[in-house]
Write a protein that binds this ligand. Structure first.
Ligand code: HEM
Length: 494
């Protein structure tokens, strides 16, 4: 019996060695960028810290260089690290590497809409969305006015806290949520509206859960983990509830559509469907419109909302920076006029602070995953079609040469010696190339105008000693999630 056991064990051992050696031969026959040797099935899982995926990539880059191969389970992945490699991939190879790597938590959006679309309809859906956003009162001027119209609502809600401690998450979130809701379906939520709160809760919960270790693991092994209980089910449920909401809005709009009087983005997309310009295209459907609207609603709310929330926490830690901002706002805008985008030219300090907030919080450290659309020769290596490509953004935002002391919050990173705003090409918080963020212009305007308006009217008061404020994110993965906190806002005049 014992002899049989030993024989079986030896056979298993020999078979495993043979498998590994065959695997090694296949693996080294491809001209892939270097990287840690992957094990069958689990790939390079052992080299990854699922609680801080971006940091694992930085560590691997130190060992294997700015372009390396990694296996997430069996998914071949090429990681790009640092300004040169990332820019080369996003701009010089913008066509080859502009596919979208799959995020399984968004499987209901697969090959529809914009963000998670890796199908044949992505290009046209994106193009149509961009022209619509530009041409129908949603261009620069239209959006500036929209944001300025929202400012009194935000200030009123802040005033309503009457100097008492409050959690800013949803109160601040209503501002960007209303701006994008107005664009998409001409909707405005009151700051206590239950539906508005529910939607924000879904966005906020998903952004958080997507960044946890479990969801990183789920994204690597979806077919095994989908049957288990766990927070991936919650994310899928939330995604589906958000899509139900946008589907309802799209149906409502369809019933009341007047081609001579287009009300918003949804109407414009519905008119295209009615005109039948894309009638031969199987992807141009009502469902595609609902997913496109859901993509813009989620991306347009949660990113800006989180940035504003993180921004206020940072400013509470550095009261001397807040003080300088008050001084600049008082000098350029005064106490009552609603801030305008033209003020930015005369407010280099605020401009620098907004950039530094985005750099420092590093909201989407590993970008969204791209995918090679075709076999691509990159620096002499071959990136085969279907390979996931990660053009990391933290490697630019934390570049030691470009931003000395990158771990420190220093508005001087974006100021020259004369106190003027200093542009940096390493500032790629919105990525670049064919997949560059659709809402970059809108988000930049919102951050500048909302922060200026809040600081024009209020002093921020931390509930703890500013020195004790810990700015470290509570979860790092898909995004970096700021710590929960409460604050008080004290009116500056009147
Ligand atoms: C602080 C705010 C924001 C940040 C930091 C941010 C950042 C990003 C990043 C890094 C990407 C991935 C780009 C890539 O794959 O290379 C992205 C994509 C996207 N963003 Fe934003 N974003 C912000 C706000 C917004 C807003 C306000 C909107 C909507 C109006 C928006 C809509 C989108 C969409 C639709 C995509 C997908 C583009 C595509 O796949 O073609 N984002 N964003």
């Amino acid at each position: 019996m014992a002899a049989l056991g030993i024989t079986v064990a030896l056979l298993v051992w020999a078979a495993t060695l043979t498998l590994i050696s065959v695997w090694k031969q296949i693996y080294s026959s491809w001209n892939l960028p270097p990287g840690p040797f992957p094990l069958p099935i689990i790939g390079n899982l052992l080299q990854l810290d699922l609680k801080n995926f971006p940091k694992s990539l930085t560590k691997l880059a130190e060992r294997y260089g700015p372009v390396f191969t990694l296996y997430l389970g069996s998914q071949r992945t090429v990681v790009l690290h640092g300004y040169k490699a990332v820019k080369e991939a996003l701009l010089d190879h913008k066509n080859d590497l502009s596919g979208r790597g799959e995020i399984f938590a968004f499987q209901f959006h697969k090959d529809r809409g914009i963000t998670f679309n890796n199908g044949p309809g992505w290009k046209d859906t994106r193009r149509l969305s961009l022209t619509t956003l530009r041409d129908y009162g949603m261009g620069k001027r239209g959006n500036e006015e929209r944001i300025r119209r929202e400012i009194p609502f935000l200030l009123e809600a802040l005033k309503g806290t009457q100097g008492q401690p409050f959690d800013p998450t949803f109160l601040l979130g209503f501002a960007p949520c209303n701006v994008i809701a107005d664009i998409l379906f001409r909707k405005h939520f009151d700051y206590t509206d239950e539906t508005g709160l529910r939607i924000q809760r879904l966005f906020n919960e998903n952004f958080h859960l997507l960044s946890t270790g479990w969801l990183q693991l789920y994204n690597i092994f979806p077919s095994c983990l989908q049957y288990l209980p766990g927070s991936h089910r919650k994310v899928l449920k939330n995604v589906s509830e958000i899509k139900d909401y946008t589907s309802e809005r799209v149906k409502e709009h369809q019933q009341s559509l007047d081609p001579n009087c287009l009300r918003d983005f949804t109407d414009c997309l519905l008119l295209e469907l009615q005109k039948g310009r894309y009638s031969s295209e199987p992807w141009y459907t009502l469902d595609n419109i609902a997913v496109t609207v859901a993509d813009l609603f989620f991306a347009g709310t949660e990113t800006t909302s989180t940035t504003l929330r993180y921004g206020l926490l940072i400013l509470m830690k550095y009261p001397e920076i807040e003080e300088k901002l008050h001084e600049e706002i008082d000098r350029v805008i005064g106490p009552s006029r609603i801030p305008a985008i033209k003020d930015r030219l005369e407010m280099p300090y605020m401009d620098a602070v907004v950039h530094e907030i985005q750099r420092f919080i590093d909201l989407l450290p590993s970008n969204l995953p791209h995918e090679a659309n075709q076999d691509t020769v990159f620096r002499g290596y071959v990136i085969p079609k279907g390979t996931v490509v990660i053009p990391t953004l933290d490697s630019l935002l934390f570049d030691k040469q470009e931003f000395p002391d990158p771990e420190k919050f220093k508005p001087e990173h974006f100021l020259n010696e004369n106190g003027k705003f200093k542009y940096s090409d390493y500032f790629k918080a919105f990525s670049a190339g064919k997949r560059v963020c659709v809402g970059e212009g809108l988000a930049r305007m919102e951050l500048f105008l909302f922060l200026s308006a809040v600081l024009q009217h209020f002093n921020l008061k931390s509930l703890v000693d500013p020195k004790d404020i810990d700015l470290s994110p509570i979860v790092i993965g898909f995004a970096k999630i700021p710590p929960h906190y409460k604050l008080r806002v004290i009116p500056r005049s009147g």
